[in-house]
Each structure stands twice: as structure tokens, then as C-alpha cells.
Design a binder for this molecule. Structure first.
Ligand code: FAD
Ligand code: SIN
Length: 534
């Protein structure tokens, strides 16, 4: 077992983790861990872009107001203001670090801005429809070349290490050697992303298993607003298209949601081709995501459909291919021509608004522990995140956290005498079939009972099943060697439990949380905080 010692240990190499590592001054030694390859992350797959006020007709005030309105009363106003005011600075930093954003055809000096749901202006800067790829690969290249950053890919953190009331690092499984190493640090940062894999259908990559949230929970931090799971309205519907998103920018550029052919039309007439969103919200296709996803869910259930159609075929072929090359190519692989026909889509779990309760510079309830990016819950998103505010939060928080960590590491000493990992468990990992069974059951329970529309009965059923699963997984964990899959399954069960408990606490419908037994928004506006002590 190797002891590694760093000033800052960054768990996660998406937009949040890499930005933080690069923002920290060069005299501070940083370890960046990724549990898969360095770039595999939600960031890599981000499509639409990053929200920032650049248009002369737009304003910081309007961006703040749109964010607050999407957040359905639960945003923290100071956090929203801070993030929006620092957006331009973060985008300039990305450009300095090599990110090539799409420029306007007519005015080559200006960046092209697209529009997405909830935004009152064009304010999404993007790199065609592969913004995340441009951000992640540019930052990864800079990090690989940085003298003060050591990169450990294929290393999965298992648990945080606490000593004298502080976080002093993490136990980490090296997936190449199966050794469990101690990484000690003056500051430890959770930049581990979201938890979409807790649902059966998700836009998220396999690494999004909520590890940071589960680790922080076990270390005694408060976890907030876990009931607010954002379902992206439009993921490609095809049996072989795992996790492929049809960016909201398509709707920003005029795509319509329409009903497909249906066997179950109520009045005997065919609804095929009918646009339906205006029945749910006057903003139609550009209403915030919670409304659009619920409207699709409603129509799918009402008409017994498998999917609805997303149609941009009325726009010029050249425009579509220039702005949406990734989506166009991916659709083609599945036999769909985006320029000529509507594409089948369904909502899928996409983003976690809740997470580890943290201030805007990432400080958590535990000294020495920071949480940034999607893992954190800062109050920026409230009850519903506005499109393209997530990458922005990663960038702005990472910048603020870098300042805070720089101060911290000069003020504290390296932790001494950390206990090695308890290697008394010698039984091999549970059989793959046992892990897979629990994993499938957990994700199915969450999709069936804790999806877009919830009820008291469904939440109770989910709680009962998750309790059983947690017990079984706990037994696996206590008695067997750990493996990547067992670590993730344990964390997913914890996250599922936190989502259900938060959803049961909220006796109203607000933003992304809709409960048939409490269909209205209540007058009392509260966050849901869970902690081990309760
Ligand atoms: P991630 O980018 O997910 O990175 C997580 C990192 O943590 C990975 O490196 C992973 O290996 C590592 N990790 C996890 N657990 C462990 C562990 N136990 N040990 C070690 N390492 C670990 N947002 C926008 O603002 N605009 C968009 O256009 C947009 N499009 C999106 C499209 C898709 C398909 C998806 C899935 C999301 C999109 N989002 C978008 C949301 C946004 O991409 C994410 O919220 C954001 O990228 C999260 O960044 P992050 O750095 O917090 O986490
Ligand atoms: C998208 O491109 O539709 C995703 C944008 C986001 O999640 O912010």
C-alpha cells in the first residue's frame, strides 16, 4: 500500500476538477484522480453550451432573473448573482486555455450564441454541438502539461479519511493493480459529477454514480435537495442508442416536439404531426425543462406512446449540419436523417440539482473537504436548473475554490500517521451476477417509482425495496474485497435512498419534484437537508 501526499487531492477530472487543478498556483502540488480514462465524464458529452451574457441586448440582470424563475423559488440569490457576474471571466479563461467556440458566419469576431429553454435571450456560447468535448479535451491537455499536477486515471476513491475532525484525504482503489492506496492531502475536493446512473434511462455516462455525494454523506456532511432530479426532455429513442442526447439547442433553433402516429387516439382522429407544447406552457418548446419533460411524459402516458417526435427538418440542410454535426452523424448511425425526418425522443435522467451542501467556493460541513460542480448543492439551481448553467457553475466554483484552497494549504500542515486501509476482508468480490441483479433492480425501482411523476404510494414502495437492497449491499461490502462495481453499487444505493427520503419530506410539488398527492406549490419555501445525525 503506497502513501501519496499532496497539498490538494482532486477527485474528478471533468470541467470542475480540471478547472480547479489548473486555477491553483503552480507552487501547490495537486493530484487529480479519474475513475476511468482521464476525459471520461459528463463534461465530455455536453452539447448545447455555456450560458454567458455577451449580446449587447442581453444583461446580467436578465440572466439572473431567468435563473431564479427556472429555479421555482428555491435559488439562493447571492449564489446566482455571483455565478452570473463571473461568467464572462470564466469564458475568457477557457478561450485562453484553448477552447474554440463557434463564431458567427457574418461577423467573424463575434461568437455565435444559441438559445435554450428558460433563457429570455440568446446567451449560450458553444462549440457547434460538442461544447463539452472542446472544453474537456483542452483542459485535459493543459493538465497533462502542468508541472504541479499529477494525474491518476483508472483510480477510484472509496471513502474519505477523517482525522481530528478534518478531512485528510481518501482511500483509493488502483484499478490496474487492485491495491488500495492512501492519498493524504491538506485539502480534498469532491468533483465527482452527478448520479444519472441511479435511473435506468439517463443521458449520463457510466461514471455518473454519485460517489462524491455518498462519500460526503458517510463522512457526516449535509446533503441537500436530492429530490430535484432533472429529466432532459429529448434523448434519442432507439434500443441501441445508449444515453444519446438531442440537444435543447435544436429547439432553440426552431425544432418542434410533435406527436408520432398513435393507435390510441381518443377521438378516433390521428394526432400525428401535431405540436403539443403550447397546450402546457405559452413558451412552448422553450419552456423550462421541468415543464417540457412533464408535458412529454403526460402525452406519452395519455396516448400509450413509446416516444414523441422532435422535428427540425423545416430548417436548411446546410444550417442543420453546420450547427449540429454530432447529432446529425449519430442519428444517421441509427438510420435517421435529421435534415429530412422527425426523430423519436424520450425524457431521461440528466442532472442532479441537489448534492453536497457547499458554499460558492466549495466549502462543505467538514474542514478540509470541498465539493464543486454537479456534486455540490450551492443554491444556484434551486428546484430546477436552467439549461447551460451547469458547466458555468463548474467553472465559477472551481475558480473560487482554488483561491480558498490556496489560502488553506499555506495555513495547515500535512496530516500525520494515517491508518492504512483495513485489508482484513480477504473473500473475493461478490459474483458479477449478484452485483448486476442489484444494480438493475435499483435502477428499475427508481425509474418506475421515483421518476418525473411521483406519489406517496410509489415513494413508499421505493423506500421499502431500497432498504432491502441497501442491507444486501452492506453485507457484500462488509464481507468481500471491494471492486469498482461494488463501490459504485454501494454509492448508488446511498444516493437512491437520499433521493427517496428527500422526495418524501417535500409535501408539495415544485420545480422538478411533482407529487400527485400534493400537486400544488406550498407557501413555505424550504430546502431539504438530510444529515447522518437525524
Ligand atoms: P463530470 O464532468 O461528470 O466529471 C466527474 C469526474 O469525476 C470524472 O472524471 C469521473 O471519473 C470522476 N469520478 C467520479 N467518481 C469518482 C471516484 N469515486 N473516484 C475518482 N474519480 C471519480 N451542462 C451545461 O451547462 N451545458 C450543456 O450543454 C450540457 N450538456 C450536457 C449533455 C450531456 C449528455 C450531459 C450528460 C450533461 C450535460 N450538461 C450540460 C451537464 C454538465 O455536462 C455536467 O453537469 C457537468 O459536466 C458536470 O461536470 P463535473 O466536473 O461536475 O462532473
Ligand atoms: C443540452 O444541450 O440540451 C444540454 C444542456 C444542458 O444540460 O445544460
Amino acid at each position: 500500500m503506497k502513501p501519496y501526499q499532496y497539498d490538494a487531492l482532486v477527485l474528478g477530472a471533468g470541467a470542475a476538477g480540471l478547472t480547479l487543478a489548473l486555477r491553483i498556483p503552480k507552487h501547490i502540488r495537486v493530484a487529480v484522480l479519474a475513475k476511468g480514462s482521464l476525459t471520461e465524464s459528463a463534461t465530455l458529452y455536453a452539447q448545447g453550451g455555456i450560458s454567458v451574457v455577451l449580446d449587447k441586448n442581453d444583461s446580467v440582470k436578465a440572466h439572473i432573473e431567468d435563473t431564479l424563475s427556472a429555479g421555482a423559488g428555491l435559488c439562493d440569490q447571492d449564489t446566482v448573482r455571483y455565478v452570473v457576474e463571473n461568467a464572462k471571466r470564466s469564458i475568457e479563461w477557457l478561450i485562453e486555455n484553448g477552447v474554440a467556440f463557434t463564431r458567427n458566419n457574418d461577423k467573424k469576431n463575434d461568437y455565435h450564441l444559441t438559445k435554450e429553454g428558460g433563457h429570455s435571450h440568446r446567451r449560450i456560447i458553444h462549440s457547434a454541438d460538442a461544447t463539452g468535448y472542446a472544453v474537456e479535451t483542452s483542459l485535459a491537455e493543459q493538465a497533462r502539461n502542468a508541472v504541479n499536477i499529477d494525474i491518476f486515471d483508472e483510480h477510484i476513491a472509496i471513502d474519505l479519511i477523517k482525522k481530528d475532525g478534518r478531512c485528510v484525504g481518501a482511500y483509493v482503489l488502483n484499478k490496474g493493480t487492485y491495491q488500495i492506496d492512501v492519498f493524504s492531502a491538506k485539502a480534498t475536493v469532491l468533483a465527482t459529477g452527478g448520479a444519472g446512473k441511479v435511473y435506468l434511462y439517463t443521458s449520463n455516462p457510466d461514471v455518473s454514480t454519485g460517489d462524491g455525494i455518498a462519500m460526503a454523506w458517510r463522512a457526516g456532511c449535509r446533503i441537500g435537495n436530492m429530490e430535484f432530479i432533472q429529466f432532459h426532455p429529448t434523448c434519442l429513442y432507439h434500443p441501441d442508442a445508449k444515453s444519446f442526447l438531442m440537444t435543447e439547442a435544436l429547439r432553440g433553433e426552431g425544432a418542434k416536439l410533435r406527436l408520432p402516429p398513435s393507435q390510441n387516439s381518443t377521438d378516433g382522429k390521428s394526432d400525428e404531426g401535431q405540436a403539443f407544447l403550447h397546450k402546457f406552457d405559452p413558451r412552448g418548446e422553450l419552456a423550462p425543462r421541468d415543464i417540457v419533460a412533464r408535458a412529454i411524459d403526460h402525452e406519452i402516458k395519455r396516448l400509450g406512446l413509446d416516444y414523441v417526435h422532435l422535428d427540425i427538418s423545416h430548417r436548411d440542410t446546410e444550417f442543420i449540419i453546420e450547427h449540429f454535426p454530432t447529432v446529425y452523424e449519430r442519428c444517421k448511425e441509427f438510420g435517421f436523417d435529421l435534415t429530412k425526418q422527425p426523430i423519436p425522443v424520450v425524457p431521461a435522467a440528466h442532472y442532479l440539482c441537489g448534492g453536497v451542501v457547499a458554499s460558492i467556493d466549495g466549502k462543505t460541513d467538514l474542514e478540509g473537504l470541498y465539493a464543486i460542480g454537479e456534486t455540490a448543492c450551492t443554491g444556484l439551481h434551486g428546484a430546477n436548473r436552467m439549461a447551460s448553467n451547469s458547466l458555468l457553475e463548474c467553472l465559477v466554483m472551481a475558480d473560487a475554490a482554488a483561491d480558498s484552497i490556496t489560502t488553506l494549504v499555506t495555513a495547515v500542515d500535512h496530516p500525520q500517521k494515517i491508518d492504512p486501509w483495513d485489508a482484513s476482508r480477504v473473500t473475493p468480490s461478490p459474483e458479477t451476477v449478484e452485483i448486476n441483479h442489484n444494480w438493475d433492480e435499483l435502477r428499475r425501482v427508481m425509474s418506475d417509482y421515483v421518476g418525473i411523476v411521483r406519489s406517496n404510494k410509489r415513494l413508499k414502495l421505493a423506500r421499502k425495496r431500497i432498504d432491502n437492497l441497501k442491507q444486501e449491499i452492506h453485507d457484500f461490502y462488509a464481507n468481500h474485497n471491494v471492486s469498482n462495481d461494488l463501490i459504485e453499487l454501494r454509492n448508488l444505493a446511498t444516493v437512491a435512498d437520499l433521493i427517496v427520503r428527500s422526495a418524501m419530506q417535500r409535501k408539495e410539488s415544485r420545480g422538478l419534484h411533482y407529487n400527485l398527492d400534493y400537486p400544488d406549490m406550498s407557501d413555505s419555501v424550504t430546502n431539504t437537508y438530510l444529515s447522518l445525525d437525524e
